[in-house]
Design a binder for this molecule. Structure first.
Ligand code: GSH
Length: 291
């Protein structure tokens, strides 16, 4: 049996739109603890075809189950032949006393980076976990196409999608986000997370700020375009999200950006489920070009 597959413990399995939604647990050497993730495989992947992999990074307080339960993405993913990977949002049960004292820092709030500050630096290394361990292991275990990878996410996970896509050029072929934290160095969530995980030296923060990273580009890193949806009734928009800062950075870099602002939509999964099909099509189109 494939050694990557052998490392995975199947927690549950549900037939879904001709494919299968599964939840797994595995021992992560990067995190140093067991981690959980969700994986939807369309019928073609179950039959052994190397389909593209689209990874969704969830927001604050979410788990590997949230997007799988609430977004309603499996129907179209099945039709388009996309596998969907939903990692957890942080390590859990780490032994750090204060890990769950805040809903926006610690457990459920890994911010998709590698912490450099104690006590977080021991286990909080979501960037290395995703890039060096989870994605390669899942691609290998299920025979997916590692050259056709898309990344999207919501809120903190939108920050994760944009920053990881910019920090790892060439790794992902498509990127999109729902209500992302676009300029974490300029908002309370970002200040709190970066102070805790990265320390007081703000020069290190810019390396994890999507707008700052885009501002450094001299040509478009995603010439096929980036898609962002943002609800205008989102209670976090004014204070935390700052899509206009990312919009300006994209304009400066010549990065095509479709930033859609939707009257009446809030921050939650009713908003995500309304527009998720457009994101799946955005990725399917980019990933089929790379086939
Ligand atoms: N607990 C927070 C809200 C946290 C929140 O909205 N989390 C978003 C991501 S930033 C989410 O997706 N929550 C899960 C859900 O809506 O099901 C509050 O009370 O304001």
């Amino acid at each position: 049996m494939n050694p990557s597959f052998e490392r995975l413990e199947l927690l549950s399995e549900h037939a879904c739109f001709g494919g299968v939604q599964r939840f797994y647990k595995h021992m992560s050497s990067e995190v140093g603890l067991p981690m959980r993730f969700g994986l939807f495989l369309p019928a073609k992947a179950v039959a052994g075809e190397a389909v593209p992999l689209l990874t969704f990074l969830a927001g604050l307080t979410c788990t590997e189950e949230t997007f799988a339960f609430k977004a309603g993405a499996q129907r179209l993913a099945a039709e388009l032949g996309l596998a969907l990977l939903t990692p957890d949002t942080s390590p859990r049960n780490t032994g750090v006393d204060s890990e769950d004292h805040h809903w926006d820092f610690g457990v459920g709030a890994g911010f998709y980076l590698d912490a450099t500050q104690a006590p977080w630096s021991g286990h909080w290394c979501m960037e290395s976990y995703l890039l060096k361990e989870l994605l390669p292991e899942v691609i290998d275990a299920f025979g997916l196409d590692g050259k056709r990878l898309g990344l999207f996410g919501h809120s903190m996970g939108g920050h994760g999608a944009l920053t990881l896509a910019l920090r790892h050029p060439g790794h992902f072929q498509s990127v999109s986000a729902f209500a992302p934290i676009c300029a974490p160095t300029q908002c309370p969530w970002g200040h709190k997370a970066f102070t805790g995980y990265l320390g007081q030296d703000e020069t290190t923060w810019a390396e994890h700020d999507a707008s700052a990273l885009m501002g450094q580009q001299t040509s478009a890193p995603y010439p096929g375009g980036i898609l962002i949806d943002q609800g205008l009734a989102d209670k976090f928009l004014a204070e935390q999200l700052h899509p206009e800062v990312f919009e300006a950075a994209c304009a400066k870099a010549g990065q095509p950006l479709t930033l859609r602002r939707h009257d009446g939509y809030d921050h939650g999964y009713y908003f995500i489920s309304t527009f998720v099909d457009d994101h799946l099509r955005h990725h399917a189109q980019a990933l089929s070009r790379n086939a």
